[in-house]
Design a protein around this ligand. Sequence first.
Ligand SMILES: O=C(O)CCC(=O)C1=CC=C[C@@H](O)[C@@H]1C(=O)O
Ligand SMILES: [Mg+2]
Length: 338
Amino acid sequence: MELRPAGSARPPLDAVLDAMRVVAIPTRTRFRGVTVREAALFDAPLGASEFSPFPEYGDAEAAAWLAAALDFGWREQPALRRERIAVNATVPAVPAAAVPGILARFPGCRTAKVKVAERGQTLAEDAARVGAVRAALGPDALIRIDANGGWTVAEALAALEALAPVGLDYAEQPCADVPGLAAVRLGLRARGIPVRIAADESVRKAEDPLAVARAGAADLLVVKAQPLGGIGRALGIVAEAGLPVVVSSALDTSVGIAMGLRLAAALPDGALAGACGLGTAALLAGDVVADPLLPVDGAIAVRRPALDPERLERHRARPEREAWWRERVRRAYARLPA
Ligand SMILES: O=C(O)CCC(=O)C1=CC=C[C@@H](O)[C@@H]1C(=O)O
Ligand SMILES: [Mg+2]
């Protein structure tokens, strides 16, 4: 007989598909190439849950996101250690003139994360955007940048040398791989440039999410509940990595944001490296709950809103997209870890 700890049984695929609805929500501003965010939502026994790997992600990667959705919807979660989570403003790769309008969607946020190294854009455009954020938020705000692995080591060092005088809290994933991150980190130190390195893709898309920490290639980690297979697994990674972390969204609806908030609220004291990237419901032009998880006074209260049937209907995906997501869930389910 197979022995499982209480509560760890997986819900049957039919129950998962029965509980599922698919939405397509426009973004207010193009973000990492996305203008419509598709997501599968579950009206699950322990509350609403979300499965929203980006469409281009393969089945093996999507399986971790499904494990997270099933964990959040069908299992008890760890205890909360805090009730509010400070969040950063997230600034897409917009022209500098659009920065004040973006920041206005994140009331009270004193930390901003700015996208840079977007394909087709120049370092001058990045510098103008980061400068506009500094001008809008003032000298005591914290500014982070996120290159999504878009630079070579040489490009990263040149870009960070140019951007550092604005004052940077950290640079997230300046290069694509762990050796690149390590080289940039050492290169910055050698040049006396005081910018920390955060790993994102090197955690959430890596075969081994702990390799970057073990290599000493980052000062902190960005952790996301869905790609890491759920709150419990993410907590385990944080404990083993021994580095401070920032919890971020995956451009989720408020349901996925609730999962991220819960992860941030369950972390041990001292683990958080500042404001979390969980304010991104503000980048969507709609949501699936009546009272979305948006920043107020620079933070979001930890809660778990229920799905709103009227909004699910309003944003319902076209039948062919819904069928595509149902097939995707079937394939990801078949690849769930034992
Ligand atoms: O961290 C934040 O401020 C918001 C989340 C965020 O930036 C991201 C969400 C989803 C996909 C990613 O490309 C992107 C990131 O790279 O961190
Ligand atoms: Mg990132």
